[in-house]
Write a protein that binds this ligand. Structure first.
Ligand code: G3H
Ligand code: 13P
Ligand code: NA
Ligand code: ZN
Length: 328
């Protein structure tokens, strides 16, 4: 059945677990998420970016979600707009049956230019008013995602801004977080503490200098009843990098967010954990492996099924590691 983000995260807070939010672009990803949830009895957050909506077509995506909910009627499913760039994107998501939207007002509508605090408050407040009137939840974002190693802030597409941002701009300010939640009425707050989107987050295993988990602890102390969201939370497992590189890939060595750091976040109010890259890596590794090992093969199912199964394993691992398994 469909459920709002608010309902899911309230339950997660009460029972002190976190929920992965997985991105969807196609049928195989949708099936992978639901098969994993069914296997471990977890509720689900499926999210679609603007790019995903363009790729799959809004109608295709909406009917695919309908189908997944019909196939697994016992699994609670929240359908969430990832990184909405303005009220129009959030409104059309709601028209297509999404039960939750992210208004990312940390960037301007071009999803590239860092926005002022005042713009962020105003646009987020407007989306909350509209979405709540429709019974839909809202995630806001405060602070610019980006690398504390390089000072590069990040546009929504994962590409860096021109010029460097200061440490302060890349970390959510706890005082401002208190003001923002009060002024906007968001159901969940995404915060910046050194993660970035994509595979290339850190050039070594991250420590407190580049992954500021203490910011989460401080914000949770100040806002104990606000559901916190971690973006850019793929762990970029070594074994998935190795499979890609063993079968013709050329990914330079990189590090993601260690699962134990996410688990520490979950102890301090993190309830939604966005994971896309790990699933992309799992799918790509499986496809590369089959195409290299079976060069005569040309039935797409021969590599898309293993790809789906590889993603299902990642999803199942995260449901178990974040503690949502058993809570469907
Ligand atoms: O926000 C980042 C997510 O991984 C979605 O990525 O915009 O390429 O679909 P995308
Ligand atoms: P990753 O690129 O780390 O998977 O992050 C995904 C994300 O934050 C989507 O909003
Ligand atoms: Na989101
Ligand atoms: Zn994100």
């Amino acid at each position: 059945a469909r459920i709002t983000l608010r309902q899911l995260l309230d339950h997660a807070a009460e029972h002190e677990y976190g929920l992965p939010a997985f991105n969807i672009n196609n049928m195989e990803q949708g099936l992978a998420i639901m098969e994993a949830a069914d296997a471990v009895d977890s509720p689900v957050i499926i999210q679609a970016s603007r790019g995903a909506r363009n790729y799959a077509n809004d109608i295709m995506l909406a009917k695919m979600i309908d189908a997944l909910v019909d196939i697994y009627p016992h699994i609670p499913v929240c359908m969430h707009q990832d990184h909405g760039n303005g009220p129009a994107t959030c409104a059309t998501a709601i028209q297509y049956g999404f039960t939750s939207v992210m208004m990312d007002g940390s960037l301007m509508e071009d999803a590239k230019t860092p926005a002022s605090y005042e713009y962020n408050v105003e646009v987020t407040r407007r989306v909350v008013e509209m979405a709540h009137a429709c019974g839909v939840s809202v995630e806001g974002e405060l602070g610019v995602l980006g690398s504390l190693e390089t000072g590069m802030g990040e546009a929504e597409d994962g590409h860096g801004f021109e010029g460097k941002l200061s440490h302060d701009e890349l970390l959510t300010d706890p005082d401002q977080a208190v003001d923002f939640v009060q002024a906007t009425g968001v159901d969940a707050l995404a915060i910046a503490m050194g993660t970035s989107h994509g595979a290339y987050k850190f050039t070594r295993k991250p420590d407190g200098d580049v992954l500021a988990m203490n910011v989460i602890e401080e914000i949770h102390r100040r806002l104990p009843n606000t559901h916190l969201v971690m973006h850019g939370s793929s762990s970029v497992p070594q074994e998935l990098q190795d499979i890609i590189n063993a079968y013709g890939g050329e990914m330079p060595q990189t590090w993601g967010v260690p699962v134990e750091e996410i688990q520490r976040g979950i102890k301090h109010g993190v309830r939604k954990v966005n994971v896309d890259t790990d699933n992309r890596l799992a799918i790509t590794g499986a496809v590369r492996k089959i195409l290299i090992e079976k060069p005569h093969e040309f039935d797409p199912r021969a590599y898309l099924k293993p790809a789906k199964d590889a993603m299902r394993k990642v999803c199942q691992d995260r449901f178990e590691q974040f503690g949502s398994a058993g809570h469907a």
